[in-house]
Design a protein around this ligand. Structure first.
Ligand SMILES: [Zn+2]
Length: 233
């Protein structure tokens, strides 16, 4: 896609998003959830210590210095259009694993994808709430549940190892996939992506209604560390 086409596509998406977001507020109202008007939505994070923030800023500076043409173009759009609002076209539920840098592996940059991450890419109430926000307010059109090869959370759940703190709380949500895997890690990882995707489709009224209305698709996939490839499950 050329620069002009990308820019025009961005403008079209921005318009559609405004329309969809306005309509979506009514939907969330029906669901009994109080959400800010899209016009008042601002980027916020829960990221904690100053050191982590500094790491992010440093990483962002390195990212901005990348020589790839598409990334430079996206950043110029960002400066003009995305200071006060976000308009992601898709959401991703991925593992917290450091080897799964979601934006990078989908060749996306700031403002394009709404990413939730948790060890084992499991569906929790908080993950559902976050993704419902992405769907109902931001109007994302696809949710990808992304497992990855050699996932430590799935591996640990298969072994039901004794682990410190609250780590074992992950096991409960991974159990169904483990039971389907016949002891095979790759099968467990793929099964888990499918299980979590189906949970999203069925346990969230916002997501279920958006799917029913043809506005959303929820898909499971696996990212392969060795090849860098994502395959649909
Ligand atoms: Zn993992």
């Amino acid at each position: 896609m050329g620069d002009n086409a990308r820019f025009q596509d961005y403008g079209r998406r921005q318009f559609l998003r405004t329309v969809l977001s306005s309509a979506a507020v009514g939907v969330t109202g029906l669901a009994g959830i109080e959400l800010a008007s899209p016009a008042h939505v601002s980027a916020q994070t829960n990221l904690s210590p100053d050191e982590a923030l500094q790491e992010l800023l440093s990483g962002n500076q390195r990212f901005a210095a990348n020589q790839l043409t598409s990334i430079q173009h996206d950043l110029s759009i960002l400066k003009e259009k995305t200071v006060d609002k976000q308009e992601p076209f898709a959401a991703v539920l991925a593992c917290a694993d450091s080897r799964v840098p979601v934006e990078l592996l989908f060749d996306q940059t700031i403002g394009h994808i709404f990413v939730t991450r948790v060890a084992g890419n499991i569906v929790t109430p908080e993950i559902i709430a976050s993704l419902e926000y992405g769907v109902a307010v931001l109007g994302v059109e696809a949710i990808l549940v992304l497992g990855h090869s050699n996932c430590g959370a799935v591996k640990a759940a298969m072994k039901t190892e004794t682990v410190p703190g609250q780590i074992s709380s992950l096991y409960t949500r991974l159990r169904q996939a483990v039971e389907q895997s016949h002891g095979n890690l790759d099968q467990a990882i793929e099964a888990n992506a499918k299980v979590q995707a189906e949970l999203l489709r069925t346990s969230s009224t916002v997501i279920r209604d958006a799917i029913k209305a043809g506005k959303l698709k929820v898909t499971a996939a696996v990212y392969h560390l060795a090849t860098g490839k994502v395959t649909l499950s």
